[in-house]
Design a binder for this molecule. Sequence first.
Ligand SMILES: Nc1ncnc2c1ncn2[C@@H]1O[C@H](COP(=O)(O)OP(=O)(O)O)[C@@H](O)[C@H]1O
Ligand SMILES: [Mg+2]
Length: 432
Amino acid sequence: MSTHNTNFSTLFNSFKSVFKNANKEDDGKNQKDYGEVVFSSNYIPPMLHHREEEMKSLVSYFRSIITNPLASSRKVVLYGPVGTGKTLASRAFGNEIAVHLKNEHKIGNPVFRFFHVNCRKTKTPHLILTTILRQLIPGFPLRGFGVDELLRMFTLLLFEQNLVTLLVLDEIDYLIDDRTDFLYSLSRIEESPPIYESHYSNPTNINTESRFSLLMITRDKNFHHYLDSSTASSLGRNFIFFPPYTRNQLFDIIYARAELGLREECYNDELLEVIASLAEEYGDARFAIELLWKTGKLADKENADCIVPEHVRKAVVAVLPMEKSIIEELNCHQQLILLSIAKLLTDGQTKVTTPEVKQYYQQICEEASIRARRPTQVWAYLKDLSRLGLIKQEVENRHNQKGRSLGRVTTIKIRDIPVTDIIQSLNHLIED
Ligand SMILES: Nc1ncnc2c1ncn2[C@@H]1O[C@H](COP(=O)(O)OP(=O)(O)O)[C@@H](O)[C@H]1O
Ligand SMILES: [Mg+2]
């Protein structure tokens, strides 16, 4: 029977899309950048909106990479909630320097290399270093060397290949395995440069050059608490805050994205207003852009001529705010601990104490016949949850009514995300 074939080809031929470049009659040849790609998370837009101050600070910290590449090592931290443009700013900035230096390059000058590593995917110091080394030496083996050896090799290459490097450690909150030690070693990478041949001919070189700069990106404004004092002090005040976007700012961001990716006749400002106001609660540009994209997909699926606010309302359930996707990635016990906190907080309490959480967690483990983790592990998991910005731990001095000290307790609050949402997404762990 040929009906299937006929149906398919009619379908293909009649398919229309709200996205640029998706339609049969579109000529996509010179428009590689347009269409659905502009909604993908690694797309770098031609312009960053409302980040002038932050970019200015970045330039001022790292300017000497351009003006005087070997002058000093720079270390900077970008922090702020998800979707505030930290990753984008760092990548756009690194690419910008690379292009600039390439154009200006003269033989004999150091060569600039930019590495952007996402610690959510590349979680250990070992993997981070092999990833970098593989970019410098194609085919570098994945196994066989320890972290210290890899660090030495990297330092050696900086000199041997005459490099100036900028390493971005993005989502550093996910870095595991001796995080403090690793950051300590990185921050002092050049204090003990390897002996290499030209040192013998020119011993004055030693310790005078700086070829490595570090940009760390975190969601946690207390990030420096996890560093040892020497690393923390080498960071100084080099922190740049990325605040959540306002509704108008979100509007401008998606306005520009819509112009690049959507057919003009398929949307209007009112639609973008609806999306911007939904995203306002999180101040999260990722959420806004993803929502716009999903909304377009939904319109296409319904074969609609244009996107209307009703599509937004339907699409919004499919777009997870970042916090929810972070929760999904936690291990089972981290999730159970978070669930315990959420349950304890349902009856109007705003905070709980660590012992209360531990006890409740043990209880739900027992009820669900799961072996509870030891107290030290629970304590470590609580730290993970605060590192990821899901909870906030505070030490409080408690007093009785007469003002006598009752000692210190650690209290726990849940951040940014409604307790009921957490319970809703995690209850399945203990039900059935
Ligand atoms: N100022 C901006 N201008 C244009 N697009 C932006 C801006 N800030 C963020 N975006 C976009 O929003 C999404 C999330 O930004 P991202 O840099 O990943 O946030 P963060 O790293 O802070 O979580 C990305 O698609 C990014 O391109
Ligand atoms: Mg990011």
